[in-house]
Design a protein around this ligand. Sequence first.
Ligand code: ARG
Length: 477
Amino acid sequence: MSTNQLDKKSEAWSALFSEPMSELVKRYTASVFFDKRLWLADITGSLAHAEMLAAQKIIGASDLADIQRGMAQIRSEIEAGGFEWKLDLEDVHLNIEARLTQLVGDAGKRLHTGRSRNDQVATDVRLWLRDEIDLISDLLKELQVALVDVAEKNVEVILPGFTHLQVAQPVSFAHHLLAYVEMFSRDAERMVDVRRRTNRLPLGSAALAGTTYPLDRERVAKTLGMEGVCQNSLDGVSDRDFAIEFTAAASLCMVHISRFSEELILWMSQNFGFVKIADRFTTGSSIMPQKKNPDVPELARGKTGRVVGHLMGLITLMKGQPLAYNKDNQEDKEPLFDTVDTLKDTLRIFAEMVGGQLNPATGAKEGGITVNAAAMEAAANKGYATATDLADYLVKKGLPFRDAHETVAHAVKAATSHNCDLSELPLTVLQGFNASIEKDVYECLSLRGSLNARNTLGGTAPVQVKAQIARHRTRLA
Ligand code: ARG
């Protein structure tokens, strides 16, 4: 359909059609009210295409100049909020093209030479997503830096490490936070990887089979900063695997955020009292005056379901589509847009909630999470967190590990009945379990001794944690 016909609303699609589309169908099939956010990518892609058409002498130099002038005007109209988006024009592509033709006449009608909306939309989504991935990568870095900042201040703070949510072994709070830094660094790696496959050019695939015009696709790819061209036209217009991959990477990232949220929520409850987050990230209750609820981490945990849902939606959308383009693909946009919005907001808010906000007057960050080291340490002192250390001590005295394990089980039982910690059992009592136990046992029964002893790469000993912090600092610089 040519764009001047598009202007005549409520008319049939073309001479081929005997009646106009029904209003309901128009609304059902239109995407302009959500895909208009692709407008900048659409204009950028069109300008690269037009510039190549002119270089290849498929359109004239004056056509190119007209297209550039018209697009500049459209750009300022959209930026100023004065562009009139029309439902009758179905989507962002036809809206912009129709306005271009209105502004510059025939040159506008020549823009679509050697192009189809099928390769146009695939290009636009890729361009848009590529830039969003870059913003997400920056935010992932900010969040990692915030976590490393807090970790650096808490290397010596001892937290009960859990397995099965039962006290297991003491860990440095910094070590615990750095576990999330690892997760988010892998999320960032995944984003870089998805970006490579997203940043390839479908334009030139035309409707499905390529085009009869002597296009220079490599040139367009170069103009758009893309890493290559899609090598098969049918694949170029139809697959949305890059969007699915992105949403999978985003889902994993949200899952990591969700796990961290769950811990923050637990740590903030009165029964733990390990951390506080700034009041601006919490809400009160309308009935219980004492409440300060961790709404942000809770919502983030909830929004994870929403993003994972989008992954399911997108992957199901692709399933069963024959080659090449099908209108089903128009349904890729809302889940993709919402995934990007949700992830960006969540990362931004978490970076600030953890690391605080920059105070321009002092140059320091303020209002990040507050750590209650005493509460963490007190909790680590419950639950016999150093029992493994006692077993390891006995192994060093020559006991086979299984026997040491059993011996310590007896000691824990005794300590439980005395309602005390292992480190509070007198030496004579401990020696009753194994004669080789000496005074130096108390060093390994202390939380700090336990921490220091785990001095292998990736372990929680403060020297190891400091080495990891230094590595992250270099990596994130
Ligand atoms: N709005 C459409 C989409 O999002 C653009 C492509 C339409 N192509 C077509 N042949 N109907 O996928």
